[in-house]
Design a protein around this ligand. Structure first.
Ligand code: MN
Length: 145
């Protein structure tokens, strides 16, 4: 058991950078690994917290995500859809679907994210793919790169 230390924090799990700074475009995101897989459960459970006004990298990959919002509010882009996110909302990101999580300007967005242990590396959009993504006016108004 990993006890919760505070809202969005757990004992015995280091608060890590989301990704290496400069490796991909993102702003103000931390990561905690809560479960690393094993014991017949080949999944990782991570907690991500995006600070107010921050955002995760716009990316896609073969592996899927299952996300549950546990803190704050924000917006998610999944493929051609843009959804407002609040507490306990559930988001499924299917394989090879462009996605980005953005915190609201006023408060953080914290969420639990389930992934397979064995998974491919995220892909970022090429210039052509980004133009295609941004050609959807609903998505284009929200995504940050
Ligand atoms: Mn992802």
């Amino acid at each position: 058991m990993v006890p919760s230390a505070a809202p969005g924090r757990w004992d015995g799990t280091e608060v890590m950078p989301y990704k290496e700074e400069g490796s991909a475009p993102f702003r103000d995101v931390t990561r905690q690994k809560l479960f690393a897989g094993g014991g017949d459960l080949d999944v990782e459970l991570r907690y991500f917290e995006v600070g107010p006004g921050g955002y995760s990298t716009l990316e896609r990959h073969q592996h899927a995500h299952l996300v549950v919002v546990t803190r704050g509010s924000g917006t998610v882009v999944v493929g051609s859809e843009v959804r407002t996110l609040g507490l306990h909302d559930l988001v499924h990101v299917p394989p090879l679907t462009w996605h980005q999580f953005l915190a609201s300007p006023q408060e953080p967005l914290g969420f639990l994210c389930l992934v397979k242990v064995e998974r491919d590396r995220p892909e970022r959009p090429s210039a052509e793919q980004l133009a295609e993504i941004q050609s959807n006016p609903v998505v284009g108004a929200v995504v940050r790169v």
